[in-house]
Write a new protein. Structure first.
Length: 149
């Protein structure tokens, strides 16, 4: 039986500038800001890392459901985007901090007898998507089953 809770941890370090190294159980990843925001553009910025987490979560959720149901899911592609107002990072208190809107699109190749059910299952099981949904920001998740080349 699966535990009722799982804990995930990350330790982040920065020696100066905007470049940070984030240590996880599987290794380290870096984040940075673009040069125009004071960084050196040597890694994704934190918003891009969040979007990668969301896209990865959608793919992983689809794979989990597919394995459980014996579905033959082929290639997948997830695209995610978000809009922010960068003035908030520059100290402008009149600008809204945080993500203003977010969208993700997941395309899956393969034969699925009940595509609507699969879409609902993926959306319901993706913890990153569910977390973003609860924030109340304008949010869109689109899952399509088709053939990817």
């Amino acid at each position: 039986m699966q535990p009722s809770k799982m804990r995930f941890t990350v330790q982040s370090e920065s020696s100066g500038g905007m470049l940070a190294t984030h240590h996880t159980k599987a290794g380290a990843v870096v984040s940075d800001e673009p040069e125009g925001m004071g960084g050196s553009n040597r890694g994704p910025n934190p918003i891009e890392m969040l979007l990668a987490s969301w896209a990865g979560c959608l793919v992983a959720s689809a794979r989990i459901v597919g394995q459980e149901r014996g579905l033959e899911l082929g290639r997948m592609r997830a695209d995610a985007e978000a809009e922010i107002d960068p003035r908030s990072l520059q100290g402008d208190r009149s600008a809204t901090a945080g993500i203003l809107s977010a969208k993700a699109h997941l395309r899956i190749s393969g034969h699925v007898p009940n595509p609507d059910w699969l879409k609902q299952e993926i959306e319901a099981r993706c913890p990153v998507g569910q977390t973003l949904r609860r924030t109340g920001i304008p949010f869109e998740e689109d899952i399509q089953l088709d053939s990817l080349q």
